[in-house]
Design a protein around this ligand. Structure first.
Ligand code: TUI
Length: 315
């Protein structure tokens, strides 16, 4: 069985984190992943602190295993959410879409294990200095907010840059991806897109259907002009935003208006026309809906087989 430092540091069985996805990663999915031996994450998304407090408490009713909270640092409620995390004694926090330093000043002394997503070696070093327990090196194959570097390029460079464990994310949805991540020096993986099609994932069936139907070239990055590039599945909304981004007659405010509420319209309403269906480039590898436990067990069984075969691949 594959076990790494991360398992002992966080108290999990398999070195896998479920990505914190806005409007997707709520307590039912997080508890299912934690009960399966991974680390489930509740997304604080752009909601207020009381939403998060309720989600944490509901999750505790469904699992006695460790789970974490993901803080989206662009949220207008980030400071309030950071306080709720302290009050509720959350054991692990992942962060995304920004620099978590100001909040780490309180989280780290309180014994909270902080694991920021980093898009570069400079930011990896910075959060290590600030007390990160580990870092998530997320390549731009991932869904949602993306950096510039790919997983293949970013992970080994972050591994060389810091001494805390590195978790690889972006483009990992099966045992081959897990094995590759370990070969790059990662001590664990984070998967988002694969868990969109976990049985316990509460998103609208249209969202799961779109992931299952996706081909390799069906994701696109929009929002570069606005300064927050986001990868999602192609649909009428992504096409419209894409066209507007190249139209200098359109203002950024007009584009932002189209995007407002689009994650909710995808995940809750299943609106295939005006929703934003965030997903990674690996969506095409997701071929069925199954329980989180099966996803994790099969992924690690395959990775272990590949890693133990080792050099015999090369003839
Ligand atoms: O955060 C994510 N993925 C996300 S957040 C999100 S919600 C959203 N909705 C609309 C527009 C924008 C966001 C959807 N998906 N992944 C983790 C991640 N963090 N990827 C890249 C980064 C990142 C980027 C820059 C982390 C730190 C960072 O620091 C530099 C800086 O300038 O802030």
């Amino acid at each position: 069985m594959i076990r790494t430092d991360i398992c002992d540091r966080i108290g999990i069985e398999y070195p896998i984190f479920q990505g914190g996805m806005a409007w997707v990663s709520e307590h039912v999915l997080a508890a299912a992943v934690s009960n399966a031996g991974g680390l489930g994450l509740i997304s604080a998304m752009s909601a207020d602190g009381e939403y998060l407090r309720r989600e944490i408490r509901l999750c505790r009713e469904m699992t006695d295993r460790p789970f974490g909270v993901n803080v989206m640092l662009m949220s207008p409620h980030a400071a309030e959410v950071a306080k709720v995390i302290l009050e509720e004694r959350v054991s692990v926090v992942t962060t995304g879409a920004g620099l978590p330093g100001v909040y780490m000043k309180e989280w780290v002394p309180a014994g909270i294990k902080v694991v920021p997503v980093v898009p570069s070696t400079a930011i990896a070093r910075r959060v290590e200095r600030e007390g990160a327990a580990a870092v998530i090196a997320e390549g731009c194959e991932s869904g949602g907010h993306v950096g510039e570097l790919t997983t293949m390029a970013l992970v080994p460079q972050v591994v060389d840059a810091v001494s805390v464990p590195v978790i690889a994310a972006g483009g990992i949805a099966d045992g081959r991806g897990v094995a590759a991540a370990f070969m790059l020096g990662a001590k664990g993986v984070q998967c988002g897109t694969r868990f969109l099609c976990a049985e316990e994932c509460q998103i609208h069936p249209n969202y799961k259907q779109k992931v299952l139907a996706a081909r390799d070239i069906d994701t696109v990055v929009t929002g570069r002009r606005l300064g927050h590039p986001v990868r999602c599945l192609r649909n009428p909304l992504s096409r419209q935003i894409g066209l507007m981004e190249y139209d200098s007659a359109k203002s950024n405010e007009e584009i932002e208006r189209l995007g407002a509420g689009s994650l909710r319209r995808a995940a809750v309403e299943g609106d295939t026309e005006t929703g934003s269906f965030m997903a990674g480039q690996i969506a095409a590898l997701v071929k069925c809906v199954k329980p989180a436990r099966e996803i994790i067990v099969e992924m690690f069984r395959e990775a272990e087989k590949l890693l133990s075969e080792g050099a015999r691949w090369v003839r």
